[in-house]
Design a protein around this ligand. Structure first.
Ligand code: SAM
Length: 246
């Protein structure tokens, strides 16, 4: 479908393949044989109710992150202010803005390239999100301190030494989206250290984590009640918590 720029129904009823279509398809196959992720080749991926453009400036959103999204939507009740800290393609921010139309959604990424992609995705989906380039909470407006109802993040969580063992497809993705530092929990630890200054009383925080960081994440998030939950294959992949009511 992507190679011919035709919709599924046209493909199903059949059409004449032009030499140009064939050339595009052959080029796609060559890129895939070189292990480029299919989503970069096709240029887009659905996430919850939105359609996202993706290329090598951003991580390809994973089904595990869509599962985080659905758990968060089921957990919170009409959040007024939402922050997505490591937005990448904007998947979580856009999905949440589409789910909670009245919320004010703020999204941050250290990569200005990623923010360019996310901003384009928000425009394409006709969603109103405020984007910032910077380190975690640092670029957010000061008045959001103590006022955020929901913080979500899918931060980088690999250790530097894990990079060499990644499958070839993953090496097409930005290193900044994958590697957190020598240990792997560096970004998660910094999020936990800063989140309570930004959460409203009773505000919820939900992060995706490495399957190897469950017990460490429970410890880092203990002041938020740090509950670890599993993905559909039973691996520890999420930490949920909340700021106490004062
Ligand atoms: C694992 S990717 C997640 C992207 C997207 N939210 C998703 O679920 O597919 C992590 C993202 O965090 C960004 N990032 C890394 N360090 C950061 C930091 N200190 N502050 C903000 N964003 C950061 C990366 O550029 C990358 O886009």
């Amino acid at each position: 479908m992507a190679a011919t720029r035709r919709v599924r129904s046209q493909v199903l009823v059949g059409f004449d393949v032009t030499p140009g279509d064939q050339d595009t398809f052959d080029a796609f196959v060559a890129r895939r044989r070189a292990h480029e992720p299919l989503q970069y080749i096709e240029g887009s991926i659905p996430f919850a109710t939105v359609e996202l453009h993706v290329d090598d400036r951003v991580l390809v959103p994973r089904p595990e992150t869509e599962f985080l999204f659905s758990q968060v939507v089921a957990m919170v009740d009409g959040p007024g202010v939402i922050v997505d800290l490591c937005t990448g393609s904007g998947n979580l921010a856009l999905g949440l803005q589409a789910a909670f139309r009245d919320a004010r959604v703020y999204a941050v990424d250290l990569s200005s390239d990623a923010v360019d992609v996310a901003r384009g995705n928000a425009e394409h989906n006709d969603l109103n999100i405020q984007f910032f380039v910077g380190d975690l909470f640092e670029p957010l407006p000061h008045e959001l301190r103590g006022a955020v109802d929901l913080i979500v993040a899918n931060p980088p969580y690999l250790a530097e030494r894990e990079l060499a063992d990644l499958p070839p497809d993953v090496r097409f993705e930005p290193e900044m989206a994958l590697v957190a530092g020598p240990v792997g929990d560096e970004v998660l630890t910094r999020i936990a250290a800063q989140a309570d200054a930004w959460l409203a009383p009773g505000g919820v925080i939900a992060c995706e984590i490495s399957e190897f960081h469950g017990s460490r994440a429970a410890e880092i998030f203990s002041r938020y009640g740090g509950a670890i939950s599993q993905d559909l294959s039973g691996r520890d992949r999420y930490v949920f918590g909340s700021r106490g009511m004062e």
